[in-house]
Write a protein that binds this ligand. Structure first.
Ligand code: SF4
Ligand code: SF4
Ligand code: SF4
Length: 268
């Protein structure tokens, strides 16, 4: 049975113990400065965002039909039957198509390393395979992050919404978005206020591409579809390139002037 994470923002107290547990599980550094970072990065796979007294987690959605895996030419990214989308660094050739393809801008690249890898949350695939819950769910003191069977968590989310209709938006994010995800979100605040796209189709991106290309009636439509695809890829590539340039510049600057925290990290 497919597993999932249900994050209920109304139960979250912003303690960030999920961030800390994620860092420990992934052998990544974590300290007060990293706790303040509000962007997912190659050394921070999940972030707890705050707006006034409201919170929201960001992490890889571990999509049911992941665009990152479809785009990977060497099969380094894979959707597993239990739910996690795993990454095999030994297969990766560093093309970074996954970064262009991901609709949630999740995969990050280790720009500052001599042999860089793509890094992202893999839904604690090793723990899940052993029958354990994810490290973030285990660490959460309030139950805001809960691990379980995807169908059961969707039923539980619906029950919570039915019992407390004023407390939630009438939307479980991740049930339908892009064919569904293994991370499900409940909130009282619109998801787009925390950077989640609100206009995603309910079909997976690989399926959208397949359908577009398998129903084209003539060469004109095919051309339009291809041009649309090229526009989308170019647009995403430009976005990713801009982000990559900023990250690379940041990494170079840190290398040139190592701060206190970087020295600490380097000593680990
Ligand atoms: S959120 Fe992005 S990186 Fe994560 S599984 Fe989906 S497409 Fe892949
Ligand atoms: S599922 Fe695992 S890898 Fe993903 S955010 Fe939680 S602890 Fe980190
Ligand atoms: S551990 Fe739980 S309560 Fe604390 S920030 Fe993470 S999700 Fe929220």
């Amino acid at each position: 049975m497919s597993k999932a994470i249900l994050y209920d923002a109304t139960m979250c107290v912003g303690c960030k113990l999920c961030e800390k547990a994620c860092a420990e599980r992934n052998h990544l550094p974590y300290d007060d400065n990293i706790a303040l970072e509000s962007k997912q990065s190659e050394h921070k796979f999940t972030v707890v965002l705050a707006k006034d007294d409201k919170f929201m987690r960001r992490l890889c959605m571990n999509c049911q039909d992941p665009a990152c895996a479809s785009a990977c030419p060497v099969g380094a990214l894979k959707k597993t039957a239990l739910g996690p989308v795993t990454y095999d660094g030994d297969r990766c050739i560093g093309c970074r198509y996954c970064m262009i393809a991901c609709p949630f801008s999740v995969p990050k690249y280790e720009w500052s390393k001599a042999l860089p890898l793509v890094r992202k949350c893999d839904m604690c695939a090793d723990r899940v395979a052993r029958g354990e819950q994810t490290a973030c769910a285990e660490a959460c003191p309030t139950g805001a992050t809960k691990f379980g069977d995807r169908d059961a968590l969707i039923a539980e989310a619906k029950e919570r919404m039915a019992k407390n209709p004023g407390q939630y938006l009438n939307h479980i994010y991740g049930v339908n978005e892009l064919g569904g995800t293994s991370v499900l979100l409940l909130s009282s605040v619109p998801f787009d206020q925390f950077g989640y796209k609100s206009d995603l189709p309910s079909e997976a991106m690989p399926m959208l591409t397949y359908r577009a290309l398998s129903h084209v009636p003539d060469v004109v439509t095919l051309g339009a579809v291809l041009l649309g695809g090229v526009w989308w890829i170019t647009n995403r590539r430009e976005e990713v390139e801009a982000a990559e340039a900023a990250e690379a510049a940041e990494a170079a600057e840190k290398k040139a002037k190592p701060g206190k925290e970087d020295k600490k990290r380097g000593s680990r």
